[in-house]
Design a protein around this ligand. Structure first.
Ligand SMILES: CC(C)(COP(=O)(O)OP(=O)(O)OC[C@H]1O[C@@H](n2cnc3c(N)ncnc32)[C@H](O)[C@@H]1OP(=O)(O)O)[C@@H](O)C(=O)NCCC(=O)NCCS
Length: 262
């Protein structure tokens, strides 16, 4: 399915790519981060089931890395990309947000700059053996995860009050804690909070940490003046999609994200 990028947006049954939604501007099709606020999307209502999880492949010119973590080739070089189906989900933020409760033995660590690389490490540990780790090179590369988190923390849009770690005290360890889960937020526009990486390390899953992370971040987003929150998730990541649905997120849009094929 080479060269699907040029298919017509909205045509029933067509492969819809990111380029259809957000036509290339400067720097080519710069993915979700450039996408701006939600808009209603008739295509989502018309035929989501007909869209495959993996769209076509294409060869495009690199724009030199979308963010610090991105290992794509230098600007101008040809690179092969695969289109991966992602769901954009969102919900309104309204007080009161339910209290984020942790199981016994776990504690919240609020954002501090010195925790940047710990977040990066948890992102790596939580994604590397999951679907996203098999799809996105960043999530199976420890250093790229550190760079990803550093770029999130350095962003002018960084939302520290929506960025949390969950840990378990471990007094005899060098750091004093075992780090279990992470979430981060970025402001988009004036009142939207974009959730970045919701991740619970595999050995700590199914205890309510994922749900607690979302509630804690949403509380922080609201306190930061945001009135809407959104995220994107790979279409076949069932545990995460189920979690988001249970937490009140609704599907807003389907997009195809370009992934650099190494
Ligand atoms: C998605 C993820 C964060 C969930 O974390 P978690 O701590 O296990 O989630 P919780 O225990 O809070 O579960 C809350 C709800 O999510 C849903 N859920 C979580 N894991 C699930 C699974 N494996 N299968 C089905 N539903 C699941 C359930 O509805 C669950 O509620 P329930 O236990 O009452 O049925 C975790 O699986 C993860 O880190 N996955 C890898 C990273 C990832 O894909 N992140 C999402 C990026 S967009």
């Amino acid at each position: 399915m080479a060269g699907q990028g040029g298919k017509t947006a909205g045509a029933r049954g067509a492969i819809l790519t990111f380029k259809d939604y957000f036509p290339p501007t400067k720097g080519e099709s710069q993915l979700l981060e450039a996408a701006g606020p939600f808009r209603s999307d008739p295509f989502v209502d018309s035929a989501p089931e007909e869209l495959p999880f993996l769209g076509g492949t294409d060869t495009i010119r690199s724009c030199g890395g979308r963010k610090a973590a991105d290992d794509s080739p230098p600007k101008g070089e040809e690179m092969k990309v695969q289109y991966v189906k992602r769901l954009r989900m969102g919900q309104r933020l309204e007080a009161p947000i339910r209290a984020a409760e942790l199981p016994d033995g776990y504690v919240w660590l609020p954002w501090k700059e010195k925790l940047t690389d710990i977040h990066g490490r948890v992102i790596y540990q939580g994604f590397v053996h999951d679907l996203d780790g098999s799809i996105f090179p960043t999530f199976r590369n420890f250093d790229a995860c550190l760079r990803l988190m550093r770029s999130v923390a350095a962003s002018v849009n960084f939302l520290p009050r929506g960025t949390w770690l969950i840990a378990r005290p471990k007094p005899l360890s060098p750091e004093g804690y075992e780090f279990c889960a992470s979430i981060q937020g970025l402001r988009r526009g004036s009142s939207t909070a974009a959730i970045q990486n919701v991740v619970v390390r595999p050995e700590f899953r199914r205890q309510g940490l994922g749900r607690a992370l979302l509630l804690k971040a949403m509380e922080g987003f609201l306190a930061s003046g945001c009135r809407w929150t959104e995220l994107t998730v790979t279409a076949l990541t069932h545990p995460a999609i189920r979690l988001y649905e249970r937490m009140g997120f609704e599907m807003r849009q389907i997009i195809y994200r370009e992934v650099y094929l190494e």
